[in-house]
Write a protein that binds this ligand. Structure first.
Ligand code: FES
Length: 107
């Protein structure tokens, strides 16, 4: 697992949804109820940028066709049969970090 600093701790102002970079990867960072979650930016339905969406009842809503995904697990709402990738987040003294598996972690 490789950790990337994506935001300064001083920039955490809840609630928020923003797109950040972890290395070369786009990440949708969601801050709600004092917790921060990291998800993929590409909606699995038809590829919209889900970081342009909004949160409601613990779900991230895609702005294109309003599919919704649990912000903690990435699981799609009943009937969708899909999910969005989630990533671990750590709030450290100097910033918000997102962990990405490196290709050598897969073996
Ligand atoms: S592209 Fe996200 S719901 Fe269709």
């Amino acid at each position: 697992m490789k950790w990337y600093k994506v935001l300064n701790t001083s920039d955490l102002k809840y609630p928020f949804i923003t797109k950040v970079k972890a290395g070369s990867k786009n990440i949708c960072l969601v801050g709600v109820d004092g917790e921060t979650h990291a998800l993929a930016t590409k909606c699995p339905h038809a590829g919209a940028d889900i970081s342009q969406g909004w949160c409601k009842d613990g779900k991230l809503i895609c702005p294109f066709h309003r599919y919704s995904y649990d912000i903690k697990t990435g699981r799609g709402s009943p009937g969708q049969g899909d999910y969005i990738q989630t990533y671990p987040v750590e709030i450290r003294g100097d910033g918000v970090y997102v962990g990405l598996k490196s290709w050598w972690d897969w073996s």
